[in-house]
Design a protein around this ligand. Structure first.
Ligand code: PMP
Length: 404
């Protein structure tokens, strides 16, 4: 027996994360016709996780350059930070007022942002959408916040129930932190309209709320610049808010962990103070971020030719996903008059709510090797011409059995 081996014996069992657990099960599944529609990763028309051409070209250049692997500063690679900031806020943003760091993906940005906020607003509550991305609950409660939910979706029309959302937010105490999905709301795909964002910006300003944007899908709703509408709107109005950005999806660089955290401040001196706090949080967490992914992205964004290639590739990914959404909806509604829900084509982005129950999701997986998130969320980016009809038939089959 190990000395002091008893020290860990009282650790509670931590249930595994449902999405990563699913990915493990998918990898262990030996069926050749299995379909992964669980985790949010983009696959191309051939069903493969792509290496974008822009990324491949940048990697070739970097390989040739063969630089040693130095430590980055706590804030990360400064060329990357500038390029990321321009991508999110546009070229005419007031950059001096935006404190910026490179982060470990969008999740890392959320986590460091939460830590900085908790230190300065210990009493604030964090409000997230109902439904939303479950990891927001984990991230903000791990940072010590109490997390509450504001109403978001009108299930009848499958659009944002803006009235309900607004009337909840307008009653929050000043200084409450409101988590907003800038585009491609995960999991519903239902986003605010431009008019609604304008209203929300007014509300946030009048009520003294602190918006925290999660921007994980830039380019996957309408376009790189279009998707930044709400963020740029608030920045141009000189409002104070936070943005956690992810480049996992739009560069297909899931494993490189590239993201950025921005605090939009009212002036340069505030931004300097916030920058120090962000860097302090990084130093006590992982010290400084890794270089390779940031080097790739920075090189692409600074080279006009490569950047054009990348923008085209983002358009292709977006169009392929929305084409697959249409194909699936067509197949579903063609074959069932009862499924009104599946006629809705308003939602955008990678996901579709299959409206299947957890038991039905389980049946799809065990009987046919079709993997959806346990919540019923289906990743459209895993569909292609070879599997979409089969998936539609499987869903219809399950739904048909319901009414017997
Ligand atoms: N926010 C949302 C809403 C997401 O869906 C994701 C990725 N699934 C993230 C943040 C985090 O992205 P990353 O992989 O870059 O940490």
């Amino acid at each position: 027996m190990k000395i002091a081996g008893h020290l860990f014996k009282n650790f509670n069992h931590q249930p595994s994360d449902p999405i990563f657990e699913l990915m493990k099960r998918f990898q262990a599944d030996s069926r050749s016709n299995k379909v992964n529609l669980g985790i949010g990763m983009y696959c191309n028309a051939a069903g493969e996780l792509p290496v974008l051409r822009s990324v491949w070209l940048a990697k070739e250049f970097l390989k040739e350059r063969n630089q040693p692997s130095r430590y980055l500063p706590m804030a990360g690679y400064s060329d990357y930070c500038c390029a990321a900031r321009a991508l999110v806020f546009g070229d005419d943003a007031d950059t001096e007022c935006i404190a910026t760091i490179q982060t470990l993906g969008g999740t890392g940005a959320l986590r460091i942002g939460a830590e900085v906020l908790k230190r300065h607003f210990p009493e604030a509550e964090v409000w997230v959408s109902d439904t939303g991305w479950d990891n927001h609950l984990t991230i903000f409660s791990n940072a010590g916040f109490s997390v509450r939910r504001y109403p978001y979706l009108d299930k009848g029309s499958y659009t944002v129930d803006f009235e309900a959302m607004y009337s909840c937010l307008e009653r929050l105490p000043r200084g409450s932190i409101v988590l907003l999905h800038a585009c491609c709301h995960n999991p519903t795909g239902a986003d605010l309209s431009k008019a609604q964002w304008l209203h929300l910006a007014e509300l946030v300003r009048d009520r003294g709320l602190l918006p925290f944007f999660d921007f994980a899908y830039q380019g996957f709703a309408a376009g790189i610049d279009e998707d930044a509408y709400a963020i740029r709107l608030m920045e141009r109005q000189n409002m104070a808010f936070v943005v956690a950005s992810s480049f996992s999806k739009n560069f297909a660089l899931y494993g490189e962990r590239c993201g950025a955290l921005f605090f939009c401040c009212q002036n340069e001196s505030q931004a300097g103070l916030v920058q120090g706090q962000m860097e302090y949080a990084v130093r006590g967490s992982y010290s400084n971020p890794p270089l390779h992914g940031a080097d790739i992205i920075s090189y692409i964004l600074h080279e006009t030719g490569l950047c054009d290639i990348w923008r085209t590739e983002v358009t292709e990914m977006r169009e392929r996903i929305s084409g697959m959404r249409q194909c699936l909806l067509d197949a579903l509604s063609r074959n069932s008059a009862r499924l009104d829900y599946y006629r809705l084509s308003g939602p955008r982005g990678m996901f579709l709510d299959s409206v299947l129950s957890p038991t039905e999701v389980d049946q799809l997986r065990s009987q046919l090797g079709i993997y959806l998130a346990p919540s019923g969320r289906l990743c459209l980016a895993g569909l292609n011409q070879a599997n979409v009809e089969m998936v539609a038939e499987a869903i219809l089959d399950i739904v048909d059995k319901r009414s017997i």
